[in-house]
Design a protein around this ligand. Sequence first.
Ligand SMILES: [Zn+2]
Length: 494
Amino acid sequence: MNAKTKIATCCALIAAAGMVRAAAQYQTFTQEKGKYAAFDASTTVTVECPDEAAAKWIASHYAEWYGDQAPKVKPGSTGLALQEGDEAYAATVDDSGVKVACRTLAGARWASYTLRQLAIAKRGTFKTEGRLLPVLRISDRPHLAFRAVHLCWFPEVRPQQIERAIRLAALLKFNYAIIEPWGMYESRKHPWWHWPNPTMTQAEVRRLVAIGKDIGITLIPQINCYGHASSARGCTIKHAMLDLQPEYEPLFEPGGWNWCLSNPETQRVLRELIAEMHENFGNPPYFHLGCDEAGAQTCPECVKTPNSVLVCRHITGLAEFVKSRGARPMIWHDMLLARGDPRWKGFVHCGNKDTATLADTLTKDVIICDWQYSYGNMKEARSDWPTMAYFKEKGFPVAGCPWRNYNAMKPMADYISKIGGFGFIETTWHHLRGKAWERMYQSAAHAAWGSVVSHGASFQISLRLVGHDMKVADYLDTGYLNYQVPPGWWVDND
Ligand SMILES: [Zn+2]
């Protein structure tokens, strides 16, 4: 009955005892089958951390999460050994109480999230009267240091959904969220650069940044500085600026997909937008400049300069500007790989021979975000990623960026780790809903953090905790779909 079961986990969401998995390199999780210990006001949680802020953070968040049923928190020695790294943590739960060891506040957060996800209400009462935790030992650390989600603030996405996505990412131990505004950022410097009534207001950004800082996830702003200048999906032929404000046409190439790179006003506008958004985000250590899926420059002024020179000058200028603000620039990778180059067959590559020269001419401190979506076989699992190897060999920090190619995520993260790459960015695009959202977040979290376990309840439990933290009262802010039955369905389909 009390046989110990060894489980490897990232989020330690193995509520069901008896599961046996091979221990991963990064985590060990040992649970006494069927045994639980009290986790309530009678419990003492001993926290060992060189940073005094760790125990204070845990105590204040227990008060928020558990109210008058919150366990007591005290600093003290635990005797627990830690794995390497700033984010490592270790914890034990038994009848004598809970022990948590970590080196930083980040480790304290991850430990707290793991235990919170495992806690269940005591049995046999009408309402919750304290909680139970499985008797366990866990030692945990991340696989990769930079673990991000990329979130799209479409006009159709409610701000509450963005907050839910940020909070949920933190609970699943992502430490960065890149936010792409899609015409929804309320620029005061350039109020023409958005759709009417943008919901990504400066006050909302400050609020979300503060939430992120508290829960351990840093928000990174993005502006598409080359292609995708319409701030709208190409398949919609919408343009967030030119559809309603044609007077800004000179800033864009004919058609509006690219910025006009020969117009000095373009650099001025983009630098002012970068500065405004970077400051609004609290001057984070990274800024994403976009730069994917650009078309050819076609205006009479741009074509006078070789495309390779024009594009490199434009991106380098903005990258240097980002660096002058104390941040590191990031760009998508695809314009740096030429279409037709046989080396990239089967991989995403959208450039031409001119833009591909950027791999040699661009400053090597730009972080290359290599998005590989296994187009053609979304179930693909592979161990080699030649485009990532290429950028690494060229001297760039490279991040692996999957989407819905779930099977590719773990091997991609392993490959990034093996080559000493920069990190892992889970892109979500217009699929931040339903089963795809669950599978993207869960598979990516396990890949980036380093677990081998996938457990169906982890997303559901964590999303519900997010709702509690947000104190949601609206039906739309529950579950992973807005509606169980789509509006109009009764009329159209009965
Ligand atoms: Zn032009």
